[in-house]
Design a protein around this ligand. Structure first.
Ligand SMILES: [Zn+2]
Length: 339
């Protein structure tokens, strides 16, 4: 029996060392150490042995078993390394293969317009100022010469949080904050969201975006306002854009005007975008009311200023040919990725 065991050991060790794949090695393991393996069979046959022989043969079988297991483990490691090396040397990355498409977002049309307008005014030496959207009526109305009985303060138009705190209905509050905190000369724009209790339709939304501008310095006149807006219109809407002023009324500017631009789609001939008018209403503006300057501690005899404001949605819709304002807020990717 000892000879049989020695023979098994000898043969199996040769087989292990010559195994060339992990599968072959596994087959060898089963052949000798498996439930029906040769070494297992020897253990089973030990019943026929004498009581003296049994422990001797038993420990011999176990020794052989241990050494076979060790050799198989070693060989397994070697074969695994070889396989890895083969894999590394044969698997090349094909850089010409089409890649998985990564979906990139695009910049929202409103943000595009805001960024472009910022760029234009930064280029003219303006600073960009931010302010709170939840604002005191003091900044939204009182300081802007809009007394308590003014229709703009109506509960129907403005979202009131408390009696004297509202969701700002215009970004002019940021102009007031700036004038209260800074000495002229002031040149600033303030882009941001504003809120009015409008019912949603193709041209109205309870939240929309404004960009307002303010300049306060010595000897600022209507001519400066006109020149600034003309330059802005040309840069934003095209070199051939013309502007025209129409008299208007705002409580915080005097005189006040509304400004139209020549239609940048048809150039003034009349089309669907300008509804056949040849002109598109762009913004409201005027010379800052002396009372507003005085409210903010600026001497209106020494300083004067102009202010203007427009809706970002209106420009985005005209610029990109968007006919329904709701599209700008629905965040439908199929729509947004066109821009
Ligand atoms: Zn037109």
């Amino acid at each position: 029996m000892k000879e049989q065991i020695a023979k098994i050991k000898e043969v199996s060790l040769v087989e292990i060392s010559s195994a060339s794949t992990l599968q072959e090695l596994e087959n060898i393991r089963v052949k000798y150490l498996g439930k029906k393996g040769e070494l297992t069979a020897v253990l089973r046959g030990m019943g026929a042995l004498s009581a003296e022989e049994r422990p001797i043969i038993g420990s011999l079988v176990n020794l052989v078993k241990d050494s076979l297991e060790q050799e198989i483990d070693k060989k397994e490691q070697i074969l695994k390394n070889e396989e890895l090396l083969i894999k590394l040397s044969t698997e090349n990355i094909d850089i010409t293969e089409p890649s998985k498409k990564v979906e990139l977002g695009s910049i929202h049309p409103l943000t595009q317009v805001i960024d472009e307008v910022k760029e234009i005014f930064l280029g003219m030496g303006y600073q960009v100022v931010d302010g709170p959207e939840i604002e005191k009526t003091y900044y939204v109305f009182d300081q802007l010469n809009t007394p308590v009985d003014h229709p703009a303060r109506d509960l129907q138009d403005t979202f009131y949080i408390t009696e004297d705190i509202v969701l700002r209905s215009q970004t002019s509050s940021v102009q007031i904050r700036t004038m209260e905190n800074e000495k002229p000369p002031i040149k600033m724009i303030c882009p941001g969201a504003v809120y009015r209790s409008d019912t949603v339709d193709a041209t109205h939304s309870p939240v929309f975006h404004q960009i307002e501008g303010l300049v306060v310095d010595k000897n600022i006149s209507m001519t400066d306002l006109k020149g600034t807006l003309e330059m802005f219109a040309k840069k934003c809407l095209g070199e051939n854009t013309k502007i025209r002023f129409r008299p208007h009324h705002f409580p915080y500017t005097e005189p006040s005007a509304e400004v139209d631009v020549s239609c940048f789609v048809c150039g003034g001939k009349g089309c669907r975008v300008c509804k056949g008018e040849g002109w598109i209403e762009l913004l409201g503006c005027g010379m800052v009311h002396p009372k507003v300057l005085e409210n903010c501690g600026i001497d209106s005899k020494e300083y004067s200023g102009f202010a203007f404001g427009f809706g970002v949605e209106r420009i985005a819709m005209a610029k990109f040919g968007i006919e329904d304002m709701r599209l700008l807020f629905e965040n439908d990717v199929r729509f947004l990725k066109q821009f």
